[in-house]
Design a protein around this ligand. Structure first.
Ligand SMILES: [Fe+2]
Length: 227
């Protein structure tokens, strides 16, 4: 029997209601604009996103950029026609308002012609990884990355972040973050030095990546790096 479709707006409202926003904002500021929201979304919501991700699996594009990164991804254009729940999440006014309060800046969706605005990342082959990087963008304002864990069947492949204290240059710790289904990570792409460690044999990891900006004007003199 086909599972019942959840209302994504109701799921987002439930998730926001269950969170201590004051504490999340404190962590976010203290960690130089980076925060982990453990199990923010429920398993049924994740399953709904995964059903759409599974349908898109045949269209996964594999990347292998000179050893810097190796992964599969499905970009925004593919999601537009096949992933209504994921798009509802990305475009949710309630989520946008919540994230704006969390980062203390009015956030906007990336333009519709930006293929990286909302993507699925698939780590499915031995050694899939991304080396340390910042998430740079072509936009003039600030640029935020939101990661949503969908599948984390791996012991080796982890998001690794070098966390700094607000206003300090030295790192306070390196943290390995299990992206359990429903867990959300939010950070300022220009501020968090992060990587994904290599996938082991027969492991699998799928992440939904959402991008938000504060300005839509572009500055092509900026160097960009992959998310
Ligand atoms: Fe990244």
């Amino acid at each position: 029997m086909r599972p019942l479709e959840l209302s994504i707006e109701q799921e987002i409202a439930r998730a926001i209601e269950g969170l201590d926003l004051t504490e999340a904002r404190r962590c976010y500021r203290e960690q130089n604009e980076f925060v982990v929201l453990d199990h923010f979304f429920t398993r049924p919501a994740v399953d709904q996103f995964l059903r759409e991700a599974d349908l898109l699996t045949p269209g996964v594009n594999r990347n292998d950029v000179s050893g810097h990164k190796q992964e599969g991804r499905v970009n925004f254009y593919a999601l537009l026609s096949r992933a209504p729940s994921i798009l509802s999440l990305y475009r949710s006014p309630a989520l946008l308002t919540f994230l704006s309060r969390l980062v203390d800046s009015p956030l906007r969706l990336c333009p519709e012609n930006d293929p990286q605005s909302c993507i699925l990342n698939y780590y499915t082959e031995l050694g899939d990884h991304i080396d340390f990087h910042f998430d740079r963008s072509y936009y003039k304002g600030k640029h935020y990355t939101v990661l949503v864990g969908l599948v984390e069947r791996s012991e080796r492949c982890r998001l690794v972040a070098r966390v700094r204290k607000h206003g300090k240059t030295e790192e306070i710790r390196e943290t390995r973050i299990p992206m359990d289904p429903g867990t959300v990570v939010l950070f300022n792409g220009d501020k968090l030095w992060h990587a994904v460690t290599p996938l082991g044999k027969s492991e699998e990891r799928i992440i939904l990546t959402l991008q938000y900006v504060t300005r839509l004007e572009t500055d092509h003199s900026r160097n960009c790096s992959p998310t």
